[in-house]
Design a protein around this ligand. Structure first.
Ligand code: NDP
Length: 255
């Protein structure tokens, strides 16, 4: 192949599953990868939002040979996640990447005793991630290839007041993903992306008035979610022998 043919070669089309694709980072990842020519299966509970995303990306996806399919998904339900992965594999013959992005962040001080919210963070941010790994690992092993991406957080590296449980779930997400990397055959790639403050609906789930007030100031210098989508796109685009393990993307303002 000469250099001109190389420049014109179409990108390799991958089958990419994204959890939590109905808003924020997941929406940006799903939309960007579909527009780049990949076949994206976009999961979340709000299917109206997923359908709207599919409509918005239809033109760009069609031009690049990609696509975006909305699928209802609750990551806290292990059977639901298994069906999400199996159905995608059956429809497309393979699954190349699973982006474990779904997450919630109802921050509060521990002495607020919002125990149901602690449980929800554990269920979505940890159990939901593990359900995806359990569903995709056998598929990747059978294919002899696959790529896990976990959307963790700078909260996987540092703890702040009101963030004890949220950060604990993100430390866990980091540890699980690193363990997965160490245990995996080199044919399986593993990437943790840790965003700093990104524009999204994440802080809307905060019910504690003090934590919500503190977050408004903390989130004043957010960057757009496409900055994170770009990091996922970069990891996906690497050749099979290159495994991008850790990417931290913060606003320049966030020290
Ligand atoms: P959003 O609130 O905008 O998006 C969260 C997504 O998770 C939504 O699509 C939501 O979909 C989905 N979700 C929540 N619960 C479930 C569930 N049970 N099953 C399936 N999907 C679910 O926030 P972000 O885009 O910011 O968050 C995405 C990830 O990025 C999270 O893991 C978050 O912790 C992480 N992150 C975000 C940062 C930020 O500043 N924005 C910083 C660091 C990390 P639906 O409700 O429709 O099911």
């Amino acid at each position: 192949m000469n250099s001109q043919q190389e420049e014109q070669a179409p990108p390799v089309r991958k089958v990419v599953l994204v959890t939590g694709a109905s808003s924020g980072i997941g929406e940006a990842v799903a939309g960007r990868l579909a527009a780049e020519g990949h076949q994206v299966v976009a999961g979340a509970r709000r299917t109206d939002r997923l359908r709207a995303l599919a409509e918005r990306t239809a033109g760009a996806a069609a031009r690049s040979g990609g696509g975006l399919e909305p699928v209802r998904l609750d990551v806290t339900d292990r059977a639901d996640v298994a069906a999400f992965v199996e159905a995608a594999r059956d429809r497309h013959g393979r699954v190349d990447m699973l982006v474990g992005n779904a997450g919630v962040m109802p921050l509060s001080r521990l002495d607020s005793l919002l125990v149901d919210e602690w449980d929800r963070m554990i269920d979505v941010n940890i159990r939901g991630l593990l359900h995806g790994i359990a569903a995709a690992l056998p598929v990747f092993a059978a294919q002899g290839a696959g790529h896990f991406v976990t959307v963790a957080s700078v909260g996987a590296h540092e703890v702040a007041p009101t963030g004890a449980v949220y950060c604990a779930t993100k430390y866990a997400a980091w540890a699980i993903t690193e363990g997965l990397r160490l245990e995996s055959d080199p044919s399986i790639r593993v990437t943790t992306v840790s965003p700093g403050v990104v524009t999204s609906e994440l802080a809307d789930s905060i019910t504690d008035a003090g934590a919500a007030r503190a977050m408004r100031a903390y989130r004043a210098h957010a960057i757009g979610p496409d900055a994170i989508a770009g990091a996922v796109s970069y990891a996906l685009a690497q050749p099979p022998e290159v495994d991008v393990n850790e990417i931290v993307v913060r606003p320049a303002h966030q020290r």
